[in-house]
Design a protein. Sequence first.
Length: 202
Amino acid sequence: MFDLGLKNKVVLITGGSDGLGRATAKRFALEGAKVVICARRGDHLLQAEDDIIKEVSEYLGQHSKIEFVGYPADVTDAEDCLKLVSNATSKFGGIDFLINNAGASAAESLEKLDEAEWLADFHLKVMSAVRLSKLVIPFMRKRGGGCIINNSSIAGLRYRQGDSLYSSLKAAVTHFTKMSGVELGKDNIRVNAISPGAVATP
């Protein structure tokens, strides 16, 4: 592997027990980062934590030091977000990377979506990124900078039929990324979004 300079960096990843979040967490762990993941389902989170530690240990060697922990959290809840960041910083002393990855939703037509679904998804995809970004800024500033990565989507940039909810909120994530990146650049905090297309995940 190439040395990406991630050894001992502290990484917080939401939605880290499945799909892109899980793969990202494993990749950071393989690079020697200190990884914190969260998910709503505690049993699923614990299984993902155990599996990733086992897979990384098998690759790096049984005597490798792997610092990896999962905390159950519902990122639509402000108190859970605060507790998550507190747990991560207490465990590892700070945060260098925040990866806002939580947020899956079913595609549905505008006519069939009710207001409760819009609000629930808004809190999951947009407000979770806003809340957690605000919470980690002081810790990144103390470390001389950091990196926030928001998982957006190509759907936030281009029309996708029958997907008004997902596409609209991912567009909001993308624009939030641009604005916060401009604002936080002076603190050496980089803010970027990835905008993948369809991804086949387990």
